[in-house]
Design a protein around this ligand. Structure first.
Ligand code: PDD
Length: 287
């Protein structure tokens, strides 16, 4: 079965899908994106991602090219055409095609790209059962990483450097020595007093949709929780650490820069949050 993508109103074979050479997403990174997880055919946190998409578009003054409902019809059709049971859906909306010039073009129609790809959930679950090791790297990104734009070069370089150094990912550290987030995930700890902590959603991090759901899950489970930044040292003293994102759900972090966190094994709180999150999402029937 061929993989199918969607580009500007048409479903096309993935290998034939292309954008114009003067698309502003390609020329300037003038585009926003979203990633949804699909597990057992269910699109996770669908409304949260749509709400953030609207915020990102508004921040860049790009007019939403489709209403949410009509966009979701396309997303679901793409899932059907790809027989996507377990995987990811990627959406990108750029300001559109125009002669290369920095200011916003007077007239441009936002371009939409949608792709779907399968993901091996058994592998993802095994990775979470084992936990990952991260390397800290200076946060050298721009000041509005709360907008989900496609400008991900610092994230790409940090991830690559971490992999080359033998880690599975990187955590960014700000100028005050505090952890901001991962290259494509939010960062969390269970601190030495047993309180769950993640950084407040300012301009310094992307406010993850998984993060928001996990905050609610943690509160419903009765875990002590605080939105408060933590340093690398606090993370090393923590009982547990983990990341959250659409692609990792909740995945334990068992070491930082080669030093163990806690026992150097996934902890009970991260495990409980992952299990609860997955069962909540897959038991909620989405319209
Ligand atoms: N990344 N922080 C950053 C920098 C991210 O890129 C992401 C998501 C997150 C977590 O957000 P969410 O929980 O909404 O997935 C936090 C996606 C998955 C990506 O770039 O592939």
């Amino acid at each position: 079965m061929p993989r199918i993508a969607y580009v500007d109103g048409q479903f096309v074979r993935h290998g034939d899908a292309s954008v114009h050479v003067e698309d502003r997403g390609l020329q300037f990174g003038d585009a926003v994106y979203e990633v949804w997880a699909v597990r057992n055919g269910i699109l996770f946190d669908s409304e949260g991602h749509l709400a953030r998409l609207a915020r990102s578009l508004a921040a860049l003054q790009i007019k939403a090219p489709r209403a949410d409902q009509s966009l979701m019809i396309v997303v679901r059709e793409l899932m059907t055409r790809n027989k996507l049971k377990d995987g990811l859906v990627y959406l990108q909306i750029s300001r559109g095609v125009a002669r290369r010039d920095h200011p916003f073009p007077a007239h441009s129609r936002p371009s939409i790209i949608l792709t779907a790809r399968p993901m091996n959930m058994a592998q993802a679950d095994a990775r979470a059962a084992k936990g990952i090791q991260v390397q800290t790297r200076p946060d050298n990104r721009w000041g509005r990483v709360d907008i989900k734009t496609v400008n991900l070069l610092p994230n790409v370089l940090a991830k690559q450097a971490a992999l080359e150094a033998g880690f599975q990912d990187a955590w960014f550290i700000d100028g005050s020595g505090m952890v901001t987030e991962g290259t494509a995930q939010n960062a969390w700890i269970v601190d030495s007093t047993g309180t769950l902590r993640t950084r407040p959603a300012t301009h310094a991090i992307l406010r993850g949709i998984t993060r928001d759901t996990i905050i609610k899950t943690a509160q419903a489970l009765g875990f002590a929780f605080e939105e408060k930044a933590f340093s690398r040292d606090e993370a090393l003293q923590a009982r547990e650490a983990f990341i959250t994102s659409a692609t990792s759900f909740v995945t334990p972090v068992i070491g930082i820069d080669g030093e163990k966190i806690g026992e150097g094994a996934p902890g009970p709180i991260a495990r409980k949050l992952r299990e609860t999150y997955l069962s909540q999402q897959t038991s909620v029937k989405k319209p």
